[in-house]
Design a protein around this ligand. Structure first.
Ligand code: MGD
Ligand code: MGD
Ligand code: MO
Length: 731
C-alpha cells in the first residue's frame, strides 16, 4: 500500500469503564488522524466521548516514551532518561535484593485493571513473573464492588447475576439504584437499551443522592442520603410483609432462612419494626414514597432492580447488596426475563458464560505464589485473601510492616495498571508510605500523581499500539484489539517487559510466547472464536445476538436438576457461612447497620457534609485527565446544594476548600439543586497536586476518604464527612 494512503484499522476500546466499543482508527503515515466508531448493522457498539478522544491520549505531550529514573525527591516529578537495559538491570537487581533482604513477601504487587477485560494485559503476566521468582505479597479487594462480591457469593454462590442488557426490553419496571450508566457505560449499549425500554413503556425510577444523566431518562428521581440504602430496602420489605405482597411461593421453593429476615424486619429480635417511618428518619426519603415504591416493585412484574455498586462502596456496603437481592427474591424477580437478581448491576470480568477456558484467570503454568495461603480469586483479582494485604491497607503495611502485625517489612513496590496514590483512600497516608518504601517500579503510560513517586518508570503501550482480545460486559461479544500504530517512542508491551525481566532473574520457564501467539492460543482453547483470521479482520464477534441471557433461569425452571451453587443449594437469604463468622457486623440476614461518619456521628458537628465521589463523564478514574477535548466537555467541580452554599456565601465558580482531619483540597464549586442538601460530590479521579502547604490543588477526592475497610472488605469511598468553606488565596 502507498505509504501516504489512509487506512482504517478496526479495533476495540479497552478503557477501564467496561465499555469495549468498536473503533475505526484512521491511520496515515503511521499516525492516527481520527477515530470513528461502529458503522455495522444495529445494534451497533458505539464509542463514547472518551473513546473518540483517545487520539489525544496517545499523543499526550506528557506521555512517557522512554524508561525513566528519578533524580528529584519522590513526588517532585524529576526524572532522567535511561536505556531499557539499565532500567531492566536495575529492576531485576532490586527484585533480587528485596527477596534476600526482606523475603519474597517484602515485594508488593499493586495492580488494578488499567485497561479492562483484556486477555493478557491484566495483572497475570506480572503475577507469573513474581510467582516464578519465589513469590510476592498480593493485595486483595476489588475497589469497584468488594461488598457486592461478598454479598452475591453468600446469596447466590456465584458472582454472575445480571441479565444481558437487551433484557431491559422485557421489564415493566426498572429501578436504577445508585447507577448512572449514561456516564459510566458499564457495558456498551447499556443506556441505549434503557432508552429503548422506556420507549416500550417501562417505568424507570432512579434512587440517588443526585440527579444524574441517566436519571434524566427516569420517570422519577428519589433523592436519598448516602450509605442509608439498606434501611430503605428493608423498609420496603416491611411494607410487602405488612400488606402480604411478597411472593411466598417463590420464597418457600427457592430460598432458605426468610423467616429470620422477616423477624428482623418486623422487629421481633430488637424491638424495632423497620417501618417506612423508621427509614424516613435515616434515609431522608418520605415514608409515603417508600411505601409506594414497595407496592410498585411487588406488583408491577417483571421488575428489574439494578443495584449499582456505588451504594455498596460505603461502610457496611455488603448489607445494601444483600438487602437488594433479598427484595428481588421477595418479588420473585430472580431468574426471570425482565427481572433481575439485584446482585450487582455492574459486573466486569467474565460474568457472561462465555466459553473461555481461562479468560482472565490465572492458569497452572502461571505458577503459584508461595507467599499465599488460602486464596479465592475471581479472575485475576483476589477477592479474599486472609494471608494477603487488603488494597486499602498497603500504606499501613509499608509504614508499619511486622511491627503492625503484617508478615513482612515491605522493601519493594511494583505498580502496574494502577494510579495507586490517586485511587486508593487517604492519599496523605499513602504519600508517607511512598516516601518510605526502599524501591518502587511503575509500569505506566503517563506521568500520573503516582508515577511521580516512582524510582524507575517503565513506559508501556496503549491498546492502540498492541494486540489483544477483549469481551463485552452486558452485551456478549468478543472484540479484537488490533494494533493500529507502532508504540510511541520506546514504549514496550507488558509481555516484552516481563520477558526481559524474567531473563535477568534467571527464570528459565517463563515461556517464549509472543503477544500474537498468546491471543491465538486463547482463541483456540475452546472459545466461540472458530475462525481467528475472520475475527481479527472483522474486529468483533457477537455471541448469540438477539438472545437474552438470564442468570438462574435454569435454577428457577427446573430446581430439581439445577441447585444454586450455595451450600444449601438455594438462594441464601440467611447465610450460615456468615452466621458462623460470629461477627455482629456480618449478620446472617441483610440488616441496616449505621455507617461510621454518618449523619448521626458526633463528628458531624465539625464536618457537617457527607462527601460522595462519583465516576466522572470526562475521565475513567484518573485516565484521560489531560485530554483537551474532554476538558472542554465538563469541568472538575464540587457539586453543592444551594441550601449548603448560601450560608457559606459560596457561588458557582468560587474556589472552595473541602477538608477533614485527613486532608484538604481546593476546587471550584457548582451550586445546584440536583444534589441532596447535606451531601456534596467531588468527582473522583482528578490528579492529586499538592501545593507547598500540602493542600491538594488538583481536586483529588481521595485526599478526603478514609482507608478504613468494611467488615467484608468493601472500600467505603462514599462514607466520608467533610466541611466546605470559601477559599481565600494567600498573597
Ligand atoms: N474516591 C473514590 N476513589 C475511587 C473510586 C470512587 O468511586 N471514589 N472508585 C474506585 C474504583 S471503582 C476503581 S476500579 C479504582 C480505579 O483505580 P485505577 O485502576 O488505579 O484507576 P485508573 O485511572 O483507571 O488507573 C489505571 C492506570 O493504569 C494506566 N494504564 C492504562 N492502560 C495501561 C496498560 O496497558 N498498562 C499499564 N501498565 N498501565 C496502564 C493508566 O494510565 C492509569 O494511570 O478507583 C477507585 N477509587
Ligand atoms: N466515565 C466513567 N465511566 C466509568 C468509570 C469512570 O471512572 N468514568 N469507572 C468504571 C468503573 S471501574 C466502575 S466500578 C463503574 C461503576 O461506577 P459506579 O460506582 O456505578 O459510578 P458512580 O458514579 O460512583 O456511582 C453511581 C451513582 O451512585 C450514586 N451514589 C453514590 N453513593 C450512593 C449511595 O450511598 N446511595 C445511592 N443510592 N447512590 C449513591 C452516585 O451519586 C452516582 O450517581 O463505572 C465504570 N465506568
Ligand atoms: Mo471500578
Amino acid at each position: 500500500m502507498n505509504q501516504s494512503e489512509e487506512k482504517i484499522v478496526r479495533t476495540t476500546c479497552a478503557s477501564h469503564c467496561g465499555g469495549t466499543c468498536v473503533f475505526r482508527v484512521h491511520v496515515k503515515d503511521g499516525a492516527i488522524t481520527r477515530i470513528e466508531s461502529d458503522d455495522s448493522p444495529e445494534p451497533q457498539l458505539r464509542a463514547c466521548a472518551r473513546g473518540r478522544a483517545y487520539r489525544q491520549r496517545v499523543y499526550d505531550p506528557d506521555r512517557i516514551v522512554h524508561p525513566l529514573r528519578r533524580v528529584g525527591e519522590r513526588g517532585e516529578g524529576k526524572f532522567e532518561r535511561i536505556s531499557w537495559n539499565e532500567a531492566f538491570d536495575t529492576v531485576a537487581a532490586k527484585l533480587k535484593w528485596a527477596k534476600e533482604a526482606g523475603g519474597p513477601a517484602s515485594r508488593v504487587l499493586a495492580s488494578s485493571s488499567g485497561d479492562i477485560n483484556e486477555v493478557h494485559v491484566g495483572m497475570r503476566l506480572f503475577h507469573k513473573l513474581l510467582a516464578l521468582d519465589g513469590g510476592y505479597t498480593k493485595c486483595w479487594g476489588v475497589m469497584s464492588y468488594q461488598g457486592g462480591i461478598a454479598s452475591v457469593n453468600a446469596t447466590f454462590g456465584t458472582w454472575r447475576t445480571t441479565n444481558t442488557r437487551d433484557d431491559f426490553l422485557n421489564s415493566r419496571l426498572i429501578i436504577l439504584w445508585g447507577w448512572n450508566p449514561a456516564n459510566t457505560i458499564c457495558g456498551t449499549n447499556t443506556t441505549w437499551y434503557l432508552a429503548r425500554a422506556r420507549e416500550k413503556g417501562a417505568k424507570i425510577i432512579a434512587i440517588d443522592p443526585k440527579l444524574t444523566d441517566t436519571g434524566v431518562l427516569a420517570d422519577e428521581w428519589i433523592p436519598i442520603y448516602p450509605g442509608t440504602d439498606s434501611a430503605m430496602l428493608i423498609a420496603m420489605a416491611y411494607v410487602m410483609l405488612n400488606e402480604n405482597l411478597q411472593d411466598q411461593k417463590f420464597l418457600d421453593k427457592y430460598t432458605v432462612g426468610f423467616e429470620h429476615f422477616r423477624d428482623y424486619v418486623l422487629g421481633k429480635e430488637d424491638g424495632i419494626a423497620k417501618t417506612p417511618a423508621w427509614a424516613e428518619k435515616i434515609t431522608g426519603v418520605p415514608a409515603a414514597t417508600i411505601t409506594r415504591l414497595a407496592r410498585e416493585y411487588a406488583t408491577v412484574k417483571p421488575g428489574a432492580l439494578l443495584a449499582g455498586v456505588a451504594p455498596g462502596r460505603t461502610a457496611y456496603g455488603e448489607q445494601y447488596h444483600r438487602a437488594a437481592s433479598t427484595l428481588a427474591a421477595m418479588t420473585g424477580n430472580v431468574g426471570v426475563s425482565g427481572g433481575n437478581a439485584a446482585g450487582r448491576a455492574w459486573e466486569s470480568g467474565s460474568w457472561y458464560p462465555y466459553k473461555m477456558p481461562y479468560g482472565l484467570s490465572l492458569r497452572p503454568e502461571d505458577g503459584t505464589n508461595p507467599v499465599l495461603g488460602e486464596e479465592r480469586t475471581a479472575g485475576f483479582m483476589a477477592i479474599y485473601l486472609p494471608s494477603g494485604v487488603h488494597m486499602s491497607n498497603v500504606a499501613d503495611f509499608i509504614l508499619r510492616g511486622k511491627s503492625g502485625g503484617y508478615n513482612a517489612d515491605p522493601k519493594l513496590l511494583m505498580v502496574v495498571n494502577h494510579n495507586y496514590l490517586n485511587q486508593q483512600s487517604n492519599v496523605n497516608l499513602m504519600v508517607k508510605a511512598l516516601k518510605k518504601i526502599d524501591f518502587s517500579v511503575m509500569v505506566e503510560q503517563v506521568m500520573t500523581a503516582t508515577a511521580k513517586f516512582a524510582d524507575i518508570i517503565l513506559p508501556t503501550a496503549t491498546f492502540l499500539e498492541r494486540n489483544d482480545i477483549v469481551f463485552g460486559v452486558g452485551t456478549p461479544f468478543y472484540g479484537s484489539v488490533n494494533k493500529a500504530i507502532e508504540p510511541q517512542g520506546e514504549c514496550k508491551t507488558h509481555i516484552e517487559i516481563v520477558r526481559e525481566l524474567a531473563k535477568r532473574l534467571g527464570i528459565t520457564n517463563y515461556g517464549n510466547d509472543t503477544e500474537e501467539a498468546i491471543i491465538k492460543e486463547f482463541a483456540a482453547a475452546g472459545t466461540e472464536i472458530t475462525n481467528y483470521e475472520d475475527f481479527k479482520r472483522e474486529g468483533i464477534l457477537k455471541i448469540n445476538p438477539g438472545k437474552t441471557y438470564v442468570p438462574f433461569q435454569k435454577q428457577i425452571e427446573d430446581p430439581e436438576h439445577n441447585p444454586f451453587q450455595t451450600v444449601s443449594g438455594k438462594i441464601e437469604i440467611y447465610s450460615q457461612t456468615w452466621a458462623d463468622m460470629k461477627n455482629p457486623l456480618i449478620p446472617p440476614v441483610a440488616q441496616y447497620i449505621e455507617t461510621w461518619e454518618s449523619r448521626n456521628d458526633p463528628l458531624i458537628k465539625k464536618y457537617p457534609l457527607q462527601c460522595i465521589s462519583t465516576h466522572f463523564k470526562r475521565r475513567t478514574h484518573g485516565q484521560f485527565e489531560k485530554v483537551p477535548w474532554l476538558r472542554e466537555l465538563v469541568a472538575q467541580e464540587l457539586l453543592i446544594n444551594s441550601a449548603d452554599a448560601k450560608p457559606r456565601n459560596i457561588k458557582s465558580g468560587d474556589k472552595v476548600k473541602v477538608f477533614n482531619d485527613r486532608g484538604t483540597i481546593v476546587i471550584p464549586a457548582k451550586v445546584t439543586d440536583t444534589i441532596v442538601p447535606g451531601v456534596i460530590d467531588v468527582p473522583q479521579g482528578a490528579w492529586y497536586n499538592p501545593d507547598k502547604n500540602g493542600i491538594d490543588r488538583g481536586g483529588c477526592a481521595n485526599v478526603l476518604t478514609s482507608e478504613r475497610i468494611s467488615p467484608q472488605g468493601a472500600f467505603p469511598y462514599n462514607t466520608c464527612l467533610v466541611q466546605v468553606e470559601k477559599f481565600q488565596e494567600e498573597n
